[in-house]
Design a protein around this ligand. Structure first.
Ligand code: NCD
Ligand code: ZN
Length: 464
């Protein structure tokens, strides 16, 4: 991806430039001149004026002057990407990732808003914990950050988490974050009812680990992946759908890895159910696990080549609702262990957009589908009304990409603390040139140019 050096937090801080913003003059305005702009269903040529953090005007020619200008003749402007599933860690897990490095990775990957999962330390399992986490993030973030909370069956606490701004309650079926006996349908029904009453989305990691445990000796990652059976996912999806139907709360299925699970979800024609896929599950298969071991170890695991191809095809056709990275950084020490002890999860924020732009260049994915999966639809699922589209009055969250520029995935250059990837060495076409958050340039050509604190803490249901 062409960064000049391996960036660290210190590296980022060294590169910080003060923005022109101050209390009296407000935010500086920005004019992006003569770009290709993605509006609704097509690209048009024109300019975009951003003032006070909002898109003020999009027109063929804008003659007004602005505090800053970007001449973008070769560049394509897309709405800033929204990732509904990241693990930013920080707090007691700062050794894996922290709010600044995680959001630097987001900015470098073209993501202007991300929503953090609750399996942090301490976990985000109450309204108070959510407020503490948000407070810790504010001032440290380079892109906008919202928070999911843990799934609970205590209605009062669920309502309090909703008031604190939680974007969803996450039901982590393999081992619930807050202690819940989720093998008992009655408990899951209580969670679904609480979500319904509090008007809170339920996000689900659908894998039934109790009914389909991994038994027997496991020597290799390939064995591990095979024993973590696909039926555990599809059966968990079916069970949640069966319990959700009479209640009707909104459910979003995270990182679906199998076409059979996706069919079960898409056969439910209710607007209350949505689904998410990730780049690794649509591009990689168990063949990579054989070659790469821990670098390709994540949950749900990678599936067969045939399933991966089918999942990609379904994504291309518009069946899953969103794409998320499930950016899940761990240290190499935590990953390079025996398969049973290795931490599942890989970083994904800095690879998703270059990989998907490469698919667009190869004619395997339309640009329109890419924008729906990574911007427009996540904005709808997570009710971020002023984001996900380039329109007058929308938030000034944009990504400028050089669609033709070639690159190569180089984990040494990641801003994330996790410097590995199963995509290492992949040749890409299409790179992130500039990322703009709330009207301010936070990333440009390999460097973080904004200041931690440019990102805002997002609260669900608060529309500015
Ligand atoms: C995630 C993590 O490390 O937090 N790991 C993963 O393999 N996806 C947890 C999760 O999202 O399941
Ligand atoms: Zn995750």
């Amino acid at each position: 991806m062409g960064y000049s050096s391996a960036p660290t937090v210190l590296g980022i801080l060294k590169h910080l430039k003060r923005s022109k913003s101050d209390e009296t003059s407000g935010l500086p305005s920005l004019l992006i001149r003569d770009a290709h702009i993605w509006t609704k269903n097509d690209t048009t040529r024109g300019s975009i004026l951003v003032e006070q953090g909002k898109i003020r005007r999009i027109a063929r020619n804008i003659t007004e002057r602005a505090d800053g200008e970007i001449l973008a003749q070769r560049l394509l402007v897309l709405p800033g990407l929204i990732d509904g599933h990241v693990h930013l860690r920080d707090m007691k897990l700062s050794y894996k990732e922290d709010f600044t490095t995680g959001t630097a990775a987001a900015a470098a990957g073209g993501f202007t808003s991300v929503i953090d999962m609750p399996n942090s330390l301490p976990p985000t399992d109450s309204a108070e914990r959510l407020r503490e986490r948000a407070e810790r993030a504010s001032g440290k973030i380079l892109v906008n950050v919202g928070f999911h909370s843990a799934a609970l069956n205590d209605y009062d606490e669920v309502r309090a988490m909703k008031s604190a701004g939680a974007f969803s309650m996450k039901l982590y079926m393999p081992s619930p974050i807050a202690s819940l006996d989720i093998d008992d349908d009655k408990v899951v029904i209580q969670v679904l009812n609480a979500a319904k009453q509090a008007s809170l989305l339920l996000t689900v990691h659908a894998e039934d680990a109790t009914k389909f445990p991994m038994t027997g000796e496991i020597r290799t990652f390939a064995e591990m992946v095979r024993l973590r059976r696909g039926i555990a996912e599809t059966s968990a999806v079916r069970r949640i759908l069966r319990l959700q139907r009479p209640i009707g709360c909104r459910v979003h299925f995270c990182h679906i890895s199998l076409p059979s699970s996706l069919s079960a979800i898409s056969n439910r024609s209710s607007g209350h159910v949505s689904s998410e896929v990730t780049p690794p599950h649509t591009l990689l298969s168990q063949n990579q696990v054989k070659r790469l071991g821990w670098k390709a170890w994540m949950l749900p695991p990678l599936r067969s080549h045939k399933d991966t191809r089918k999942l990609f095809r379904a994504m291309k056709m518009g069946i899953p609702t969103t794409m998320a990275t499930d950016h899940a950084p761990h240290t190499v020490k935590e990953k390079a262990r025996t398969p049973r002890k290795s931490s599942p999860g890989i970083p994904g924020l800095e690879t998703a957009l270059p990989l998907m732009l490469t698919m667009v260049n190869k004619g395997k994915l339309s640009l329109g589908r890419l924008v729906s999966l990574l911007a427009t639809n996540p904005a709808k699922v997570f009710d971020l009304r002023s984001k996900g589209r380039l329109e007058n009055g929308a938030d000034g969250d944009l990504v400028l990409v050089d669609l033709k520029k070639r690159g190569r995935i180089d984990p040494d250059k990641f801003f994330s603390k996790a410097h590995y990837s199963p995509f290492e060495g992949w040749k890409t076409q299409g790179v992130v040139h500039t990322t703009i958050v709330n009207g301010l340039v936070v990333y440009r050509e390999g460097e973080i140019t904004g200041e931690p604190g440019i990102g805002k803490v997002l609260k669900s249901g608060r529309h500015v």
